[in-house]
Design a protein around this ligand. Structure first.
Ligand code: GLC
Length: 794
């Protein structure tokens, strides 16, 4: 982006009230403020005198009429003065200066949400930029998939979906730094940008701890610079200024409103929460069957096996290499009998190959991206020269959907979308235009993966209308959570990348995309037994748990590292399957409210300044705190326990914390985990080899003993795990309330919902843990979904 030569549009004139707020003139442009709710405002500036009312594919609702926000109160009061315009809602006060255009947004109690900096609004050709004030100690979170620590303050970030390990794509960004700078190396844990771009962030006030949120609805290349001490700058390389301002003051309400705007994640099928085994490798049909068998022989639960690019015929998407896979339906059937599903990779790049059906059809239907001159744009991916579907056109998405529908017809369970930044290898992406050549590459680059996922989801739904879909995507932009999970791209088998997955995943989950996880064991370079063991322990306690490895690296299967590591890996997988009811319920909550699954501590303890910088532990769901070992040779670590009562998962020790650090032992066989006292954590008593067809007779409920009197609630949702029917009424939602009163602890369960036909629960095995005892008391309650109460006398 240009640094100098900008025009400053600094005088606001002709302010008038509108039905939704107010409007005015900003030099030759229009400025507009819309009240979406009392706690959510939108500001817009036109370009060329016209507002773009649909700047991107991010939104799923018309904000002005949608009633799913935290508040429905849209009332406001307006005072138009000579120096300023003041708009007041039940929660916010917005003051816009007329002389030097800028604004100040406060809550009704006077606390600051945002204050614009000196420069107002500046433009230069396609670019526009704004600046904001910030106190020295304010923290910044969000912005989607970013490297480094969760507090983004002190760094600058590009939003430009990038194929990180491709020197051609990453080169522009590595070369901007001196050779010794961490960002000069795209494999470092500081490199920027990454695969997913989300222009949504939170600013946390250093004094009050309150957070405000900003979402800029713009798909062009963005730049956020938080390096200055008292301000920060936001710039975009095109499109218009459309900003949603969220009053907060807490993360949950902002995220709920942000995901009301951009859409919530569809609840995934339960098998997508299982253990996934993937590898870039030249498998044959028999190899795949052998791999399944091996997992079963070694008692390693497994829900899916993945096929990377080598299953195809010469990397032609939607084909099979029939020499290596002579009978795909038979293979799928045999795997299905073992409860194992198959997911295949589909890249967007279609081999430029006249005579190849998909290429010919794309040509004929005119659905490929063109250059300015009207030629088919050519990039380079695995098959060599490739054409790229123009997903900005609905007919392309439809065509792509049909191809996917045919592809999965034989029983493929889900689709893995890769190289969708889009990655174009050694060839510049710039000449790739959209809309039959009418639109620049920049307009849709960051949205390419979202559009591809839209088309893919359309196809999967058409093929199997009753089943929830599963798509995994590498790239993404706001709204990607509606269609796909994201993995964290091509990471390295290095300890610092094991650490990186924590702030990267929590940054994404604060940005609306919770279904994320890193390649377990690390993708590039070779893992080693200790790193792999630690990665399994940590990775199996993240939302998406997939072991994946680059081609030509050492085997990285759970069984590849000797008996000790195999046992650790099995334990890690089994712990995840035991936790499945708890984890699944966290996914349900995410789909209903946007609440993160892998949560940074700051989400829940925002007024504890100590956690603003805690990047090496997180909460999984609302009630478990996970603190993985992230360094070689370590068998203990320091864990910060926010104020409250906790129960050590492994020893049952009760810990009352005033917000302090403790040192915990973590031999290679153990990952530190703590349960919030008062939580009722639902588990599968027995561990199945796969989620397929598993509807247990017994659910275990671990009640973490509260020390002090009080109540705490947790929710368990059970359904068939597969269909859309279950999302409506055919499920059972049980609210657990744990109440301590003197010497008694009571667990009460209240259920609602119609249940579902596979429901098979006959009893609950309730176990009280705490005071150093993992089975302080146990009760077995016959229960098929009725309300109940179990009382423990201490
Ligand atoms: C990309 C993907 C990786 C995959 C490889 C081959 O590097 O990120 O996961 O294995 O391509 O398809």
């Amino acid at each position: 982006m240009q640094e100098s030569g900008y025009l400053n549009l600094e005088h606001l004139t002709d302010a008038i009230a509108t039905a939704n707020g107010f409007a005015g003139r900003l030099a030759h442009e229009h400025f507009r403020v819309d009240v979406i709710t009392e706690n959510l405002l939108r500001m817009k500036i036109s370009r060329g005198g016209t507002f773009d009312e649909n700047p991107s594919f991010a939104l799923v609702v018309d904000p002005l009429t949608h009633n799913g926000f935290q508040s429905q109160d849209r009332a406001f009061n307006l005072e138009i003065g000579a120096d300023s315009v003041r708009l007041t809602t039940a929660s916010l006060v917005l003051t816009v200066n007329t002389d030097k255009f800028g604004f100040d947004l406060r809550r009704i109690d006077g606390s600051r949400v945002f204050a614009s900096g000196e420069c107002g609004y500046r433009i230069l050709n396609n670019d526009w930029r704004i600046s904001r004030g910030a106190a020295r100690g304010d923290a910044i979170y969000g912005l989607g998939e970013k490297t480094g620590k969760q507090n983004r303050r002190g760094r600058d970030f590009h939003l430009w979906n990038t194929d990180v390990l491709n020197p051609n794509a990453a080169g522009e960004f590595t070369k901007a730094h001196p050779e010794t700078h961490p960002r000069a190396d795209s494999t470092s844990t500081e490199f920027d940008p990454y695969y997913v771009s989300i222009p949504f962030f939170y600013q946390q006030d250093e004094v009050t701890g309150a957070v405000g949120g900003s979402f800029i609805d713009n798909g062009y290349r963005g730049f956020y610079n938080f390096t200055a001490a008292d301000s920060y700058e936001i710039a975009f390389g095109g499109g218009q200024y459309t900003e949603y301002l969220f009053g907060g003051p807490d993360f949950a309400s902002i995220l709920a409103d942000y995901t009301a705007l951009t859409g919530r994640a569809q609840l995934p099928p339960i098998w997508a929460l299982g253990y996934h085994q993937c590898r870039w490798h030249d498998y044959s049909q028999q190899d795949v069957l052998d791999l399944a068998k091996r997992h079963r022989e070694l008692d390693l639960p497994l829900d899916t096996l993945w096929l990377d690019i080598d299953y195809m015929d010469g990397y032609r998407v939607f084909t099979w290499n029939h020499d290596r896979f002579p009978d795909v339906p038979a293979m799928l059937r045999q795997l299905d009998e073992q409860g194992i599903r198959v997911i295949t990779i589909i890249d967007p790049g279609v081999k430029f190959d006249p005579g190849y059906e998909v290429f010919d059809a794309g040509l004929e239907r005119e659905v490929f991206c063109l250059t300015e001159g009207g030629d088919i744009y050519i990039g380079q991916v695995w098959p060599g020269n490739t054409a790229f579907p123009d997903f900005a056109k609905p007919e392309t998405r439809k065509w792509w959907g049909e191809l996917n529908a045919q592809h999965v017809a034989s029983g493929i369970a889900g689709i893995w979308n890769d190289m969708n930044e889009p990655a174009t290898g050694g060839i510049s992406e710039k000449p790739m235009r959209f809309g039959a050549g009418a639109y620049s590459h920049e307009k849709y680059h960051n949205q390419y993966a979202l559009l591809m996922a839209m088309g893919t989801a359309e196809g999967l739904l058409a093929a199997r209308p009753e089943l929830r879909t599963f798509i995994l995507s590498r790239a993404g932009s706001p709204g990607i959570q509606r269609y796909a999970a994201n993995w964290l791209g091509d990471n390295m088998s290095r300890w610092d990348h094991l650490w990186l997955q924590i702030p990267m995943a929590t940054g994404l989950s604060l940005s609306g995309q919770s279904f994320v996880g890193a390649d377990i064991g690390g993708f590039a370079e070779n893992s080693n037994p200790e790193l792999f063991a630690r990665w399994m322990q940590a990775g199996l306690l993240t939302p998406f748990a997939r072991n994946h490895n680059q081609t030509n690296q050492l085997d990285q299967y759970a069984f590849a590292w000797g008996q000790e590591v195999l046992d650790i890996a099995r334990e890690a997988i089994k712990l995840r399957y035991r936790l499945m009811p708890y984890l699944y319920s966290a996914f349900v909550e995410n789909s209903l409210t946007g609440a993160p699954i892998q949560r940074p501590l700051v989400y829940q303890y925002q007024h504890d300044a100590e956690v603003w910088e805690v990047d090496d532990q997180y909460l999984l769901g609302g009630d478990l705190l996970v603190a993985p070992i992230l360094e070689a040779g370590k068998t203990s670590r320091s864990v910060y326990l926010p104020a409250g009562e906790w129960v050590d998962w492994h020893s049952g020790d009760s810990i009352e914390s005033r917000g302090e650090r403790i040192t915990v032992e973590a031999p290679l066989t153990r990952i530190p985990i703590f349960a919030r006292a008062g939580a009722a954590i639902a588990l599968w008593s027995e561990v199945p080899v796969s989620t397929a067809g598993y509807y247990p007779e017994e659910i275990a409920v671990l009640v973490a003993l509260p020390i002090r009197d009080g109540s705490h609630t947790s929710v368990l949702v059970e359904d068939d795990g597969l269909t859309f029917e279950a999302l409506a009424e055919k499920k059972l939602t049980t609210q657990f309330t744990v109440t301590r009163s003197g010497g008694t602890v009571a667990l009460r369960g209240v259920s609602q919902g119609l249940g579902f036909k596979e429901f098979n629960r006959k009893r609950l095995r309730i176990r009280l843990i705490g005071l150093g005892d993992l089975a302080l008391q146990e009760r077995v309650v016959e229960n098929t979904g009725e309300d109940f109460e179990a009382v423990f006398n201490l």
